[in-house]
Design a protein around this ligand. Structure first.
Ligand SMILES: Cc1cc2nc3c(=O)[nH]c(=O)nc-3n(C[C@H](O)[C@H](O)[C@H](O)COP(=O)(O)O)c2cc1C
Length: 315
């Protein structure tokens, strides 16, 4: 029995519903000799900005029980070098390349979208809104529904590529932010980015990270991310990509059941670069065991199952 695990999200065809998460797979070229990319349905690049950034001082990584704190500080080579040095490599890859980017003002987001729009090898953009609005209030764009709407609309106005808006979990009500991104024109939502955190060296009394605070990723954040995917799936009808702490096959299945149409894997590939292959095999075996023909049969199924259960109870 063959099972269908490919998905189509807003014109992006993913032969496998598993994507390399931004910042954990470099620009895509570094891992090629190791994995050959065959594990992925698409890869997402490290975040790129208008100007190169040197990032935060070291240490930039601190391991925690079940997770990883990072404070890279958005280090990147800038859009000019990215286009010149990295984009030519993508011509030889047979999978979609999605570019993650950010800006420090609404205008910068629009400008970045325009620059990336003309590059043939890029199949979609992922808009990182976990970044401060330096031109105005300093507020993180993704913390505010109005700014989220404005950034998304500025990107949409400047590109014909599918637009994925990547949400931050560090908000009171992610549903409002998701609705704002959708209203701004997002084709797809991806969630979540890292959860704010810190660690202190009790001997020196100083923060462990050079950037003082950082973002937590890995299995520790999975229940938080899963609940956010669950919540967002209840309020928007555009595709969702689930991210956060996915390490093994069952983790990915949970995200599909909560409403994700694809998943991203980040921290897990640091300890096992073959984890996406194992997750893919697990998904296929799971669907076969359940006598299902397609991944579509499990996407959002928990919402339906719960509804049926409640109806039975209330009958
Ligand atoms: C070292 C590191 C760097 C990251 N850099 C970026 C980035 O440049 N842009 C972005 O949107 N997310 C970035 N992220 C967040 C991941 O893409 C992902 O959303 C997060 O790690 C949760 O997934 P995970 O638990 O599978 O790692 C980074 C995460 C890590 C661990």
């Amino acid at each position: 029995m063959t099972v269908e695990i490919s998905v189509d999200l807003a014109n992006i065809h993913l032969s496998v519903p598993i994507i390399a998460a931004s910042g954990t797979y470099g620009y895509g070229d570094e891992y090629q000799p190791l994995l050959g990319h065959q594990a992925w349905g698409a890869i997402i690049t490290k975040a790129v900005s208008l100007k190169p950034l040197i990032g935060n001082p070291p240490p930039r990584i601190w391991e925690t029980p079940c997770g990883l704190l990072n404070s890279i500080g958005l280090q990147n080579i800038g859009i000019e070098r990215f286009i010149k040095e990295k984009c030519p490599i993508y011509k030889s890859l047979n999978i979609p390349v999605i570019v993650n980017f950010f800006g420090f003002s609404i205008e910068e987001y629009g400008e970045m979208a325009k620059l990336l729009d003309s590059i043939e090898v890029i199949k979609a953009v992922e808009v990182n809104i976990s970044c401060p609005n330096k031109k105005e209030t300093g507020m993180i764009f993704g913390h505010d529904p109005k700014l989220t709407f404005q950034v998304t609309a500025a990107v949409k106005e400047n590109t014909n590529l599918p637009v994925i808006v990547k949400l931050t979990p560090n908000v009171t009500d992610i549903k409002n932010i998701a609705i704002a991104a959708k209203d701004g024109g997002a084709d797809i939502l991806s969630l979540v980015n890292t959860v704010s955190g810190m660690a202190i060296d009790i001997e020196s009394g100083l923060p462990r990270l050079g950037g003082i605070t950082g973002g937590l990723s890995g299995p520790a954040i999975k229940p938080i991310a899963l609940k956010m995917v669950w919540d967002v799936a209840e309020v928007v009808d555009i595709p969702i990509i689930g991210i956060g702490g996915i390490k093994e096959g069952p983790d990915a299945i949970e995200f599909f059941m909560a409403g994700a149409s694809a998943v991203q894997i980040g921290t897990a590939i640091f300890s096992d670069p073959t984890s996406p292959l194992k997750i893919k095999d697990y998904i296929v075996e799971f669907l076969k065991r359940k006598k299902m023909k397609s991944i579509n049969e499990i996407i959002g199924i928990t919402h339906q199952k719960l509804k049926e259960k409640m109806e039975r109870i209330n009958r």
